[in-house]
Design a protein. Structure first.
Length: 587
């Protein structure tokens, strides 16, 4: 069985003078050398260079400014610093936490059209005003005004007869706090559904795969039936004008859901044989994952690290947006003016954060790939000695530079895509840029992941491993397409099913607690369940990719006779069935 024949044999790729019998996969730690060190150094230097910019913005910024400040730059709800140049500064607004905005009084600065509105700090919002996040808005105003460069939207309104109200923000907070136990229970239920799904994958892979696909179709049919039911028997009075809007909305949703459902049915029919093939590979994947159950914690730790970075970048973005020097725009009007350093810091912070997130994702991928490769090539798979620990050690000792290289490439493409999109005014060109740059970015991510797998197996630098990964991909394009498309489809349906079941459980948990803000609970549970499903099945996706590339190297290195294959019987069946199904000739 020879599914791969490359122009560059393994012996040449690894620069060995002898034939393939000298090759050991994965490469021993003592035979590895640090790869792409200069990119790791560059990564560290970039992070260090960010600190002076952040320190500057922290010194110039103040998060309390988000609460709002009056026309002289005094922040509401606190004692302000005195500026000798302006007598109106230094006010003590400890007892005046609300910013009163009088939209009826406006002045426009002629040179840039900036709208200036009367602003003062008050102890409470007066009658006819409502509090939206510590700002008082006039209920009769329906316009959005650009005040000192910030957008204050007065669409948030409450009844005019409510005086001294706590505001929408306070109502939302009280509702979420009151039902926090329901939210926590629903989130734990989502995690339980995900774990049960993994266990079912191990015990009955074929049943679970077809059950997942059937479950998705069943949920879709229920959704379609419910939507058509609302259309035929609307829950509101048919004579009202709003009822006609809802009826039209239900009709559009019902048609859209039906079209999507029919497309899913056709896709499943078309991929019937391919799904059967992927079931074999998923069965092998579950063996590897459950032989090393701690692998599931790798994406969990990685997700926590990415979440911490995301929280930090959002915090710094908020702080950077408040940075500036108090400047008199015109007589009686002050604002905090930003300079070029602050603008550069905002971009620089985004760049470093995205690079760090891709870097952590690369570590996750290579650690899992190294452990799975160790399991694949081990003759005694039941007696492995700490494959995850060994993989972590190898990645951190030798290959962080390669991960920094790969993550930098993805980051640069994302930055170029964002710049091209933001610089053009044509919607058609923006769509074209998103389509082209998005496809390039997706392909580079795919190629980088496969390069990480080759690096984990052979210990070679990112560029050299990427060339070999591309060679394998292009010469096994049909099989690669099957593994990735069908495998991702099945796993995607599993993740979707976890989310749908979690939302269904949430509906039961929320019985008797419905209100105008219930959608926030469902939004939170949806986000958490999606994160859980993506985290749990991230291990599966990496394992599938690693096993396939390992099988390609296995078929090149061994012949099944004098040199037995390392792959299991199930995986051999997958390769043979794949060749028969797609009628692809061995290259």
């Amino acid at each position: 069985m020879n599914i791969l024949k490359v122009e560059q044999p393994l012996a040449v790729f690894k620069k060995l003078p002898s034939p393939l019998d000298r090759i050991e996969i994965p490469e021993r730690a003592e035979n590895r050398k640090p790869t792409d060190k200069k990119f790791l150094y560059a990564f560290a230097v970039v992070i260090i260079l960010l600190f002076p910019f952040l320190i500057y913005c922290l010194a110039k910024g103040d998060l309390s400014r988000w609460k709002g400040y009056d026309q002289c730059g005094n922040v509401c709800g606190q004692k302000n610093s005195k500026y000798e140049a302006w007598s109106c500064t230094g006010q003590d607004y400890t007892d005046s936490p609300y910013l009163d905005i009088d939209a009826s009084f406006k002045e426009t600065r002629g040179d840039d059209g900036l709208i200036l509105i009367s602003r003062r700090c008050v102890a409470r919002c007066s009658s006819g005003y409502t509090d939206v996040f510590s700002s008082c808005y006039q209920l009769t105003s329906s316009s959005s005004s650009n005040i000192y460069g910030r957008n204050y939207d007065s669409r948030f309104r409450r009844d005019a007869d409510v005086e001294g109200s706590n505001g929408i923000g306070s109502d939302i907070s009280k509702y979420l706090i009151k039902h926090a136990w329901r939210i926590v229970l629903a989130c734990f239920a989502s995690f339980g559904v995900g774990i049960i799904m993994l266990v079912l994958f191990k015990t009955a892979t074929a049943v679970v795969v077809w059950g997942i696909l059937g479950g998705v179709l069943l949920f879709g049919a229920i959704l379609i039936g419910t939507t058509w039911g609302f259309y035929l028997s609307p829950p509101v009075d048919k004579d009202t004008s709003s009822a006609q809007v809802y009826t039209t909305m239900y009709l559009v949703l019902a048609i859209c859901f039906m079209v999507v459902w029919l497309v899913l049915v056709l896709v499943m029919i078309f991929m019937f044989k391919k799904i059967q093939l992927v079931i074999l590979l998923l069965n092998e994947t579950t063996k590897a994952v459950f032989a090393m159950p701690l692998l599931i914690f790798v994406p969990m730790i990685s997700s926590c690290a990415r979440l911490i970075i995301l929280i930090l970048v959002v915090f710094f973005h908020f702080y950077i947006s408040t940075a500036g020097t108090l400047t008199e725009l015109m007589s009686g009007y002050f604002y905090y003016k930003q300079n070029i350093i602050i603008d550069i810091t905002f971009f620089f912070n985004s760049f470093v954060a995205y690079w760090c997130i891709q870097f952590i994702s690369g570590i996750q991928y290579m650690v899992i790939a190294g452990a799975v490769a160790k399991w694949y090539w081990s003759k005694n798979k039941n007696n492995l000695e700490s494959p995850i620990k060994e993989s972590v050690s190898i990645v951190y000792k030798f290959h962080l530079g390669s991960i920094a290289f790969g993550s930098l490439v993805i980051t640069l493409i994302a930055i170029i895509r964002s710049l091209l999109t933001s610089l053009t005014q044509s919607k058609s060109f923006k769509i074209l840029v998103d389509l082209c740059a998005g496809s390039i970015e997706s392909f580079l991510k795919f190629l980088s992941k496969n390069s990480y797998i080759i690096t984990a197996m052979h210990g070679k630098p990112f560029y050299k491993s990427g060339k070999r990964a591309a060679q394998i991909i292009f010469q096994n394009a049909v099989n690669i397409a099957t593994v990735n498309f069908v495998g991702d489809f099945v796993l995607g349906m599993a993740q979707l099913l976890i989310v749908l079941i979690s939302l269904l459980i949430t509906v039961v948990i929320m019985l008797g607690a419905e209100s105008d803000y219930s959608f926030l609970v469902y939004l939170i549970v949806f986000s958490v369940s999606l994160l859980i499903s993506l985290t749990l099945f991230a291990t599966f996706g990496t394992t599938i990719d690693t096993l396939f590339l390992c099988s390609c190297e296995d078929s090149l290195l061994n012949d099944g006779m004098a040199r037995p294959y390392a792959m299991s019987r199930d995986l051999m069946m997958f390769i043979e069935s794949s060749k028969k199904s797609f009628r692809s000739k061995a290259i």
